[in-house]
Design a protein around this ligand. Structure first.
Ligand code: AMP
Ligand code: GLY
Length: 425
């Protein structure tokens, strides 16, 4: 079948790399794609926010499956659009419809959903500009640190954690009254701070049946030792040693099954991936957030650990027959290290020439903010290339990624050298 994958990051390169290996995949198109996806299929220059253009391309190119990488089109209803448009009605779409995508599109909705279905999460209340004073009163009842979350999508920057009460009140004011995150912070969720260690799990579902994919830990801060501002992700490791069978069993029974049951009770059709950000508090899992797509850079360690056919899995997700699919995962460690442009996550240069790619040995490169320009590969974003390595020893996998990360060069390249070092093998 012909497949169209939407997106342009390292996640999409990893998905395209795996999908291209499937005997079920005839032509693979990636919109808009990047320097990596063009090695796996054909990059097509369409704006993925223009659903009409996407539907037109699907119809003209006999595309039978659309896989949606990022959250924005999902939250804006691309799945509903493709299902309703007469040109694309029968096409398989991997990604929830708009109602399902609200799990990521609105933090308040996600919290209400978890409360309703008894899914463990931090205690919370939500506020608007009108209830700002009550928000201040609520903050006064909490202990520091204070966690404030913009309700809507804010490109991964909508969560603010503040140590002082004054700082928290000021942040609440900035969010609600000064619209620090625009429309996204018209509502703010204030929640209890959870002390623990984070891990993310990934679920593939057809709406009824589900499969737990390999878990991962990502490294969000720019600086070593988890310091400095948040980024899209500086690296990831899978499997995560502390997420043992006992912990994952709790995740399945307390979180995943109730989530799928809740979606059904809400009559939400969900054929896609659910990425559950968890905090392990003394060995008990609590949900920090739902995302309605795979993570980036988590996909760059999760997908290489899937030995079975990903396209076959997606086909089962769409047809509602995921119970017939037998997933096979690789037991080895996968470690990815993200090379970023100096200045990221603040201002950084683009268009920098990347060299040293041919010197890489033993790692798989997943391109993120990198595009092909004539014969060259140049940077086009802050996160540039994910260097993934696999080995039965986590230390060895880390070392392979670090060594190859050194070999790739572009002006002001930066990467964290402590990825995975906090985890014990
Ligand atoms: P994100 O939603 O990806 O921007 O993540 C924000 C980060 O804030 C998470 O990865 C956690 O590290 C942290 N965080 C979010 N909610 C809580 C909470 N209730 N308690 C402690 N840390 C939190
Ligand atoms: N790595 C976090 C995310 O994809 O949202």
């Amino acid at each position: 079948m012909n497949i169209l994958l939407l997106g342009s990051g390292g996640r999409e390169h990893a998905l395209a790399w795996k999908m291209d290996q499937s005997p079920l995949c005839s032509k693979l198109f990636i919109a808009p794609g990047n320097a990596g996806t063009r090695l796996c299929g054909t990059n097509v220059d369409i704006n993925i926010s223009d659903f009409n253009a996407v539907a037109g391309f699907v119809a003209e190119n006999n595309v039978q499956m659309v896989v949606v990488g990022p959250e924005d089109p999902l939250v804006n209803g691309i799945t509903d659009f493709l299902k309703q448009d007469e040109k694309t009605r029968g096409v398989m779409v991997i990604g929830p419809d708009k109602a399902g995508a609200t799990l990521e599109g609105s933090k308040e909705f996600a919290k209400e959903f978890m409360t309703k279905y008894n899914i463990p999460t931090a205690a919370y209340k939500s506020f608007t500009a009108e209830s700002y004073e009550e928000g201040v009163d609520f903050l006064e009842t909490l202990k520091p640190p204070y966690v404030l979350k913009a309700d809507g999508l804010a490109a991964g920057k909508g969560v603010v954690i503040v140590n002082s009460l004054d700082g928290a009140i000021d942040t609440l004011k900035q969010m609600l009254k000064n619209k620090a995150f625009g429309k996204a912070s018209e509502k703010v969720v204030i929640e209890e701070f959870l002390q623990g260690i984070e891990v993310s799990v990934f679920v593939a579902t057809d709406g009824k049946n589900w499969i737990l994919l390999p878990e991962a830990k990502d490294y969000k801060r720019i600086g070593e030792g988890d310091t400095g501002p948040n980024t899209g992700g500086m690296g990831a490791v899978s499997p995560v040693p502390f997420a043992d069978t006992n912990f994952l069993e709790k995740v399945k029974t307390r979180i995943i099954q109730p989530t799928i049951d809740g979606l059904n009770k809400e009559h939400i059709t969900y054929k896609g991936f659910i990425f559950v950000g968890l905090m392990s508090v003394n060995g008990d899992p609590y949900v920090i957030e739902y995302n309605v797509r795979m993570g980036d850079p988590e996909t760059e360690v999760v997908v290489p650990r899937i030995n079975s056919d990903l396209v076959e899995m997606m086909q089962h997700m769409s047809l509602g027959t995921l119970n017939e699919y037998i997933p096979v995962f690789c037991p080895e460690f996968a470690v990815t290290v993200m090379l970023v442009s100096g200045g990221y996550p603040g201002n950084y240069e683009k268009g920098l020439e990347i060299s040293g790619l041919d010197a890489v040995e033993g790692s798989q490169l997943f391109f993120a903010g990198a595009i092909g320009k004539d014969e060259k590969t140049v940077t086009s974003g802050g996160r540039v290339i994910a260097v993934t390595s696999m080995h039965s020893s986590m230390e060895k996998a880390i070392r392979m990624s670090m060594e190859n990360a050194e070999k790739i060069t572009f002006s002001n390249k930066f990467f964290r050298k402590d990825i995975g070092k906090d985890l014990k093998n």
